[in-house]
Design a protein around this ligand. Sequence first.
Ligand SMILES: Nc1nc2c(c(=O)[nH]1)N[C@H]1C(S)=C(S)[C@@H](COP(=O)(O)O)O[C@H]1N2
Ligand SMILES: [Mo]
Length: 169
Amino acid sequence: MSRQDAAPRAVPAPDTSAGTLALWGEVARPGTLTVADLRRGWEQRRAEVVFDCATAGPQRHTFTGPLLREVVAAARPRFDPARRKERSRFLLAVSGGDGHHAVLSWAEVDADFGDAPVLLATRVDGRDLDAVGAHLVVPSDRCGARYVSAVTGIWTGLHRFGGAVPSEA
Ligand SMILES: Nc1nc2c(c(=O)[nH]1)N[C@H]1C(S)=C(S)[C@@H](COP(=O)(O)O)O[C@H]1N2
Ligand SMILES: [Mo]
């Protein structure tokens, strides 16, 4: 197999208009959400955070928005919620409109695993994000790179690698 054949093929994200994000991948209910949908549909939590930027130094912000796991769960990821090993294989890729993107594992945010209170913020420092798009907030991160702004897509799906899948016990 040539190097080129071995390279993973890029999967194009669905098109979204400004301020909306696509929830897609291995989910039973893919769709798009506006910032207003994120505000209306789920309990809003607040996070006061400080993160470090390699170039700009420490940044302090106050974010408000729903938990990422509640928003993604509503799209019904194709895992059996009762099977922990199945949940532990799911990935979340969060992209910004400028091409910046970051990967989280489902287990990081799952209450039975890392339980990280990751938000999809609808508001930052008193400013509504409707025109800009939601903002990923990872309060447990020391660095700012996963604080993806102007989110346009969240892909969720199973990590697959060659070999047998072990039992789900
Ligand atoms: N869409 C997008 N989000 C992004 C980035 C980016 O380049 N594009 N840079 C990240 C990095 S490296 C940092 S440190 C923070 C900076 O956030 P702030 O400028 O709002 O404090 O945004 C993060 N989110
Ligand atoms: Mo940064």
